[in-house]
Design a protein around this ligand. Structure first.
Ligand SMILES: Nc1ncnc2c1ncn2[C@@H]1O[C@H](COP(=O)(O)OP(=O)(O)OP(=O)(O)O)[C@@H](O)[C@H]1O
Ligand SMILES: [Mg+2]
Length: 483
């Protein structure tokens, strides 16, 4: 089993640097965009409002003068006050008014208007539609908004005059310039502040992940007991920590199983070797007769056979786990297969006073399988059944089709298995009663081999047992070879 969890987490942890930068960039961009959009739209509203108020002011002035010219053309004092004096009283937003007669001769104008504006180029009424102001640059570079209109002098005289109105908008332009300046300052500030704040937030968010990665980095096969405390993390990371801990639980369990397995192998290999050694030492201690030597050699051979069986079982299990395990698939008549297993174990069963039989069935049960392997699996089950059934008991083998799978059952009326041991019988080297099995020579690899044969075929093995009444093992196999 490869132990590369820590290295994957290390890879994750080094990748976070760019994640923090990415989050920072997104946050900073979003912030900048927000500042840009809000200040730009405020600026736009301000410009529009200022233009509108200037336009309204000019239209208002035009209206007042136009009304005066129409209704009171002879009240020159009132007209003069409106045109010459009122503007002079203003300190900000100076405005200028000029009246021209029909031949464009100036009638009256606000003092100082000539100095401020190039009146030759004052836009004509045709250019300034009512209510709309045009821009005009003053002589000393001051910005103006101007408008003009033709008005009737008196009612019904047919005489007309041109009214020109101009207003100095340099105050408003300065306001806008100040706004633009602060806009720039805020934008520059945001350019610095947003990335800093964004980076801080991103680091804060990623810190728990780094902590998890650090813990993961410290975990090795020697301290698999280490766990990440899932408290204090945001819920998403809490579940990550939980999942990680569960993975560690599983790893710890498999490590324990592997080390138990190795200890069991060592123990089971040592017993026959020690027996051979002991017998040989005793035999060599003094001179023996030929018969005595023959006995010792016979029992050494028995132990050697036991050892070689154990080794081949272990090899079989190791090979069955490899993804390259190769099966010899063929269509097999399962009832016929059960018959040959029965024939093989008939002698042993008869010796123990047990009846061994196969159930008769009407239809043949045919399935695709590796005949040798399935025969070995059924053989292991029958060997168990015969070994654990007392004299007078019975062992029955049965097979039946069940949709796209087949079922093989080995049922005995033997000793049964205690419920607490039942879940463990498929574990390697597990034996319910070690002393009892030691006599019968079991190593506890029979059922694990059955299970791996089933896994190789895409099937499964189930066991049900009642202590003192008997055991039933069921093998389920697909009818045809899994794709
Ligand atoms: N039919 C059965 N009746 C009662 N106990 C059983 C039966 N089959 C298996 N067991 C119990 O389950 C244990 C595991 O069986 P398994 O076949 O894996 O090992 P084993 O028979 O002890 O050794 P091996 O099959 O490797 O020679 C047995 O030791 C036995 O205690
Ligand atoms: Mg067995």
């Amino acid at each position: 089993m490869s132990w590369n969890v820590s290295s994957s987490f290390t890879r994750l942890a080094t990748g976070w640097g760019t994640l923090a930068l990415r989050l920072t960039a997104v946050y900073a961009l979003a912030g900048l965009l927000m500042v840009l959009v809000s200040t730009a739209s405020l600026y736009f509203v301000l410009v529009t409002e200022l233009e509108r108020s200037t336009g309204l002011f000019l239209a208002d002035k035009l209206n007042v003068i136009r009304t005066m010219l129409r209704d009171r053309p002879d009240d020159l004092d009132a007209l003069r006050e409106e045109v010459e004096l009122e503007s002079a009283a203003r300190r900000y937003e100076q405005f200028y008014i000029r009246l021209l007669d029909e031949r464009n001769n100036p009638l009256m104008s606000t003092p100082g208007m000539m100095e401020q504006l190039d009146l030759q180029h004052f836009p004509s009424q045709a250019q300034t539609s009512p209510g709309r102001a045009l821009s005009m640059m003053g002589k000393n570079g001051r910005p103006f908004r101007v408008t003009s209109a033709v008005a009737q002098v008196g009612s019904g005289s047919g005489e007309t005059a041109t009214i020109q109105v101009a207003i100095d908008v340099s105050g408003k332009e300065e306001l806008l310039a100040r706004y633009r300046y602060w806009f720039g300052v805020i934008l520059l500030g945001s350019l610095v502040i947003f990335p800093l704040v964004g980076y801080h937030i991103a680091r804060q968010g990623i810190r728990p992940v780094e902590e998890i990665a650090n813990t993961a980095r410290q975990i090795s096969s020697s301290n698999l007991r280490e766990r990440i405390l899932p408290e204090g993390y945001p819920s998403e990371l809490e579940s990550l920590a939980g999942t990680f801990n569960q993975m560690l639980d599983r790893l710890e369990e498999s490590f324990e199983r592997i080390s138990r397995f190795s200890a069991d192998i060592a123990h089971d290999l040592r017993t026959p070797v020690n027996n051979i050694r002991g017998e040989a030492e005793v035999a060599l201690a003094r001179a023996r007769t030929v018969d005595e030597y023959r006995d010792v050699l016979g029992s050494c051979l028995e132990e050697a056979v036991r050892l070689s069986n154990l080794i081949s079982d272990l090899l079989f299990l190791a090979r069955a786990e490899s993804p390259l395990a190769h099966l010899h698939w063929a269509c097999v008549d399962v009832r016929e297969l059960l018959g040959s297993v029965r024939d093989y174990y008939e002698g042993a069963a008869a010796e123990g006073g047990i009846s061994l039989a196969t159930e008769d069935g009407q239809e043949p049960v045919i399935a695709e399988m590796d005949r040798t392997l399935v025969q070995r699996a059924v053989g292991n089950l029958v060997a168990n059944a015969v070994a654990h059934t007392p004299s007078g008991g019975s062992v029955v083998l049965g097979a039946e089709s069940e949709g796209d799978s087949i079922r093989i059952a080995v049922i005995d009326t033997g000793a049964g298995i205690p419920p607490e041991a039942l879940p463990r019988v498929f574990d390697r080297f597990f034996r319910v009663d070690k002393s009892r099995s030691q006599v019968s020579g079991g190593t506890g690899l029979g059922l694990p081999i059955v299970q791996s044969i089933m896994v190789l075929h895409g099937g499964n093995a189930e066991i049900a047992s009642q202590l003192g009444h008997g055991t039933r093992v069921t093998l389920r196999l697909p009818v045809s070879r899994p794709k």
